[in-house]
Design a protein around this ligand. Structure first.
Ligand code: BJW
Length: 248
């Protein structure tokens, strides 16, 4: 891919903004080697024949806890071996440059914090944490598949949000507040189809924010966005931050 062109009007708006929010999805971690949720289990061997949307549900876990636990164990190892990429680092840099910056992520990989982002809302939890499926208390997993809660014997599960489950208390309220209160809203690396997160770009645009999409592909967010930057987050986001805050 060639040099990324950033419109001057966008760079200027980002430079002047006092409040900025970003919504990220799995595309932002793609360049770290973490597969996106919907595309990239292709080529993953064993897991290729399973539909992620059918594994990430409480019903799947109730039906086959071993299968779901092992899918998450495989993904947890991928995440543990991954490193933040230039997209994560550009967003951490943006937080240092903007007076009030909120990073809203649907990702469960923890790579934003590892890149240095601090004001992070994890809407869908974190795959590196394990909880008791009955009590929701944090636990250290043992070797069984799935391991059992030492207190009540219920199977342990990843601390993530499955389809049909509520988001962590207060997370969506904080995300909505950031979306409604910001001057620039960046939407990067998400297909924009999973609610309630997918409603945030519209909320931001309707509250007067400049909506910017970063994605190599069109999404339902595209028609709402004032600026659409087609390309990989690891190339576009560093270019955007450098255009708004030129080094030196
Ligand atoms: C790149 C790139 C590069 C590639 N650079 N970009 C309203 C309407 C319709 C349905 C609903 C609705 N409200 C709720 C629902 C139901 C449901 C839902 O939204 N379903 C839709 C699928 C239709 N939502 C829920 O069930 C939610 N809960 C809920 O609403 O509860 C109500 C309730 C209230 C009170 C009590 C009880 C219940 C929960 C949703 C949880 C989602 N969880 C998952 C799994 C997390 C754990 C795990 O990882 O296993 O979250 S699903 C999955 O999708 C994961 C992701 O965070 C999420 C979003 O996916 P994402 O990140 O956008 O990834 P992809 O793969 O879809 O897209 C990647 C993008 O990157 C693509 O666009 C690429 O082009 C791009 N890309 N390379 C930049 N280098």
């Amino acid at each position: 891919m060639g040099r990324v062109e950033i419109p001057q009007e966008l760079a200027g708006a980002l430079r002047k903004a006092r409040r900025v929010a970003a919504l990220t999805g799995s595309g932002v971690s793609a360049e770290s080697g973490v597969p996106t949720f919907r595309d990239a289990y292709e080529g993953s061997g064993l897991w290729e024949r399973f539909d992620p949307e059918e594994l990430a549900t409480p019903e799947a876990f109730a039906r086959n806890p071993k299968l779901v636990w092992e899918w998450y164990s495989w993904r947890r190892e991928l995440v543990a071996g991954a490193e933040p990429n230039p997209a994560h680092r550009a967003l951490a840099e943006l937080e240092r440059r903007v007076p009030l910056f909120t990073l809203i992520t649907q990702n469960v990989d923890g790579l934003h914090r590892r890149a240095g982002s601090e004001n992070v809302i994890e809407l869908h939890g974190n795959i590196l944490r394990t909880v008791c499926s009955a009590e929701r208390t944090p636990q250290e997993p043992g070797e069984e598949s799935p391991p059992r809660c030492p207190r009540c014997g219920a199977p342990l599960r990843p601390d993530v949000v499955w389809f049909g489950e509520a988001l962590p208390p207060g997370a969506m309220e904080a995300a909505s507040e950031a979306a409604r209160g910001c001057e620039v809203f960046l939407c990067a690396g998400t297909s924009g189809v999973v609610y309630p997160a997918a409603g945030l770009p519209r909320e931001a645009a309707e509250s007067g924010a400049l909506l910017v999409e970063v994605n190599p592909e069109p999404t339902p967010v595209t028609p709402l966005a004032e600026f659409v930057l087609r390309g990989r987050a690891g190339e576009v986001l560093p270019a955007l931050v450098a255009a708004a805050f030129p080094p030196g």
